[in-house]
Write a protein that binds this ligand. Structure first.
Ligand code: DOR
Length: 444
């Protein structure tokens, strides 16, 4: 099947140009094909912008084991609506994805359920180095250096040294220092104020753990990605770190700070916690200066009932995949940055960091994972319109200008905005993402 997308302004790496794009099967076959090119379907995209599909390298889609909160069917529809064509999912499902067999099980479920492309990290434990060393069909290893939702935790130095020394897949980590968090939790043990979450999971906890992880990665010369950076001090660490260290920021750490607890309460209880307005500013500046190169969501849904439990029982995590491109397009409209910058942070860089083959750019021979956006469309985020199974958003009630209006996954149109509503082709199936060996540690 050939699809010709005509008259769009197309984000091609560093520029936006008005060219046609021809999709043939699963790939982009031609940029600016000859005028007489024939296609099975022609899409007139006048007035719209075509961008590479968004790649979210940090999501928690809860399947298997926690499907009352989220599942791959709902989450992947939320992705399609939000312009996200590929996701990498975290191992803290039940059971934890800590062996090849358990990874294969998740891949099999995704093959049946997901309307967008998928990959799954393998989780580190204190005793599965052999599984980590031999793992295939995965982008990399996730270490919880500090504990979060679930029971994955590796914080003993000897175990961490072994993982960095003896494995070759890229590693990413949740960096909050367990000892600091536990000591702070003791100090605030009688608190029922959710704002104290940011005093328990404080700046120091994030700094100590990120410093420790960067030190491990540098000594072992191991490609390493710092997940969800939340503080200005971590940005300074990352800026002076070795080149094989990359980092990402999440929308909630850019847009929310401790002043928002009063309005949003436990809805913005996250690990790492949200921090101050100064940290927001430092994180935006880090993106703009290239110190942080990836934006990812850490989409971590819990039901509203769970979130409404009193502090400290209310769980940490919030959903974001279906709105984060729109949140960023709104910033483009405000003049904060450009579409090529956005495509770099949300598509090209996650593809490079995780060795994805043929993804992250609009170019001949690359996969036809594409999103068409309308920079003039204004819409309000409403809980009742969310595709995520938990059906709420911390941005409920916010009106944004700039929204995805059509999404293609491997050449198949999976979503379009039509007659004022979302239309999905739920028969579309995403593909398993393929990873090259480029950014891997070479074992001696
Ligand atoms: O707040 C969080 N929730 N942070 C994480 O790292 C995990 C996530 C979850 O799975 O709920």
């Amino acid at each position: 099947m050939k699809t010709l997308i005509k008259n769009a302004s197309v984000t091609l790496d560093n520029e936006v140009v008005e060219v046609s794009v021809l999709i043939d099967g699963t790939q982009v076959a031609a940029i600016d094909p000859a005028d007489h090119t024939l296609a099975d379907l022609t899409v007139d995209a006048a007035g719209l912008h075509l961008m590479p599909g968004v790649i979210d390298d940090q999501v928690h889609f809860r399947e298997p084991g926690l499907t009352h909160k989220e599942d791959l069917h709902h989450a992947s529809h939320a992705c399609a609506k939000g312009g996200v064509t590929s996701f990498l999912e975290m191992p803290n499902t039940i059971p934890n994805a800590i062996t090849q067999d358990l990874l294969n099980d998740k891949l099999a479920i995704a093959g049946k359920q997901s309307v967008v492309n998928y990959g799954f990290y393998i989780g580190a434990t204190t005793s599965n180095v052999d599984d980590l060393r031999h793992a295939t069909r995965t982008p990399g290893i996730k270490i919880f250096i500090g504990s979060s939702t679930g029971d994955l935790l590796v914080d003993q130095q000897a175990a961490l040294e072994r993982i960095f020394a003896e494995t070759s897949l890229p590693i990413c980590a949740h960096c909050e220092d367990e000892a600091t968090v536990r000591a702070n939790a003791q100090r605030f043990k009688d608190s029922t104020d959710v704002a104290d979450h940011s005093n328990i999971r404080d700046h120091q906890a994030a700094y100590i753990a990120t410093k420790r992880a960067i030190d491990l990665a540098e000594r072992h010369e191991h490609p390493f990605h710092v997940l969800h950076v939340s503080t200005a001090a971590e940005v300074d660490l990352i800026a002076s770190a070795a080149e094989l260290i990359t980092a990402e920021v999440c929308p909630h750490h850019l847009f929310f700070n401790i002043d928002d607890y009063e309005r949003l309460g436990s809805l913005i209880k996250m690990n790492p916690s949200i921090k101050t307005a100064d940290d927001n500013a430092a994180l935006w500046a880090a993106l703009e200066s290239g110190k942080i190169t990836v934006i990812a969501t850490d989409h971590a849904p819990h039901t509203m009932e769970e979130k409404r439990k009193p502090f400290p029982e209310c769980p940490s995590g919030l959903p974001a995949v279906e709105n984060y491109l729109a949140l960023m397009l709104d910033q483009v409209n405000l003049g904060r940055f450009t579409l090529p910058q956005l495509a770099h942070w949300m598509s090209a860089e996650p593809a490079r960091v995780w060795n994805m083959k043929n993804k992250g750019r609009i170019a001949e021979g690359f996969d036809a994972d594409l999103v068409l956006v309308d920079l003039n469309q204004e819409r309000t985020i409403l809980n009742e319109e969310q595709e995520t199974k938990c059906r709420w958003s911390p941005w409920h009630g916010e009106t944004l200008k700039g929204w995805p209006v059509a999404t293609w996954v491997m050449g198949q149109q999976v979503f379009r905005w039509h007659d004022g509503g979302c239309e999905f082709d739920s028969n579309v199936r995403g593909h398993e993402i393929e990873f090259s060996g480029e950014r891997r540690k070479r074992l001696g």
